[in-house]
Write a new protein. Structure first.
Ligand code: OGA
Ligand code: MN
Length: 294
């Protein structure tokens, strides 16, 4: 059966049928998936019975992997998964949900703010692939917002204002929004801000989009309150329901999103129930802006 894609979101997001991602894929299917990602920005594949190795193999068939090193508060000895995976679950090494006040859990609550993955890295992520192994009894949707649509809807004055702006992104900025500020000196060094353009152009579609993320905390050359107020306004405009697809998870779903044209956020769920979702990530190809000399 050939691969088919049906739009499920308001102006983006497609549900793919007719493909088993656990098997090696012919080049035509890989090309169709990339084309689908360019067009829909989010693709949903149901009933993918992945092992970790199969998820990795599929991910690497699409491009080079971004490793998850030093991006969470899990210490190396706390890791449940190898660094080829971002462990987005709420589980410790023994597959038990973190206690409500566990610092690693509180840091991970940052995922409930709208963001684009690895916008805090000099070269931010291309695609993220999130697979559901177990899900809570309620809540825990993932929502996606479509940034080319949000950009197009801005008035011309705003487009002109933001065209060349550069923001600084850090995981410390997103966590500060939730009152999480007790970083150690080592963490402050590791989470040093990086620069990203506020308007970026997609290399395949040529469309401009808003490159927003809760990790963005400053705009170069702007007073901080004015910068933060603009970023809040833009985020509010970009996440109106007409630009948002909300994914309700089923076990076996693989959801893949293009971080260059979407933001996403997790929704709350009961903290004592396991939510085992595992992310592999494709590396982006370049910085969005030249970085400040160290
Ligand atoms: C991620 C992420 C949201 C969720 O995997 O990068 O932000 O719903 N996930 O778990
Ligand atoms: Mn994320």
């Amino acid at each position: 059966m050939p691969l088919t894609i049906r739009q499920v979101g308001p102006c983006f997001a497609g549900e793919v049928a007719g493909i088993d991602l656990t098997k090696p894929l012919p080049a035509a299917d890989i090309a169709a998936i990339h084309a689908g990602m360019d067009k829909y920005a989010v693709l949903v594949f149901h009933d993918q019975d992945f092992t970790d190795a199969q998820q990795l193999t599929f991910t690497q068939s699409l491009g080079p992997l971004e490793l998850a090193i030093g991006t969470s508060l899990r210490r190396p000895e706390d890791h449940r998964l190898p660094t080829t995976f971002a462990d987005v679950s709420n589980l410790d090494r023994d597959n038990k949900p973190f206690a409500r006040d566990d610092r690693r859990r509180l840091f991970a609550i940052g995922n409930r703010l709208w963001h684009s993955d690895s916008s805090f890295k000099v070269i931010p992520a291309k695609y993220s692939l999130l697979h559901a192994r177990s899900i809570p009894s309620r809540g825990g949707n993932t929502e996606f917002a479509y940034m080319p649509g949000a950009y197009d809807a801005l008035d011309q004055e705003t487009k002109d204002l933001i065209e060349d702006l550069v923001c600084e992104h850090s995981q410390m900025y997103s966590r500060a929004k939730l009152g999480f500020t007790d970083f150690t000196p080592e963490e402050r060094e590791r989470f040093k801000p990086v620069r990203q353009r506020l308007v970026r152009t997609h290399p395949s579609t040529g469309r401009k989009s808003l490159y927003l993320s809760s990790h963005a905390g400053t705009i170069i050359g702007w007073p901080e309150p004015e910068a933060k107020a603009l970023l809040l306004d833009l985020t509010e405009a970009a996440t109106q329901r007409e630009f948002v697809y909300s994914h309700k998870w089923r076990v076996g779903d693989l959801v893949m999103w293009d971080n260059r044209q979407t933001m996403h956020r997790a929704r709350p769920f009961p903290h004592d129930e396991p939510r085992d979702v595992r992310r592999t990530t494709l590396m982006g190809d370049a910085p969005t802006v030249a970085q400040q000399a160290a």
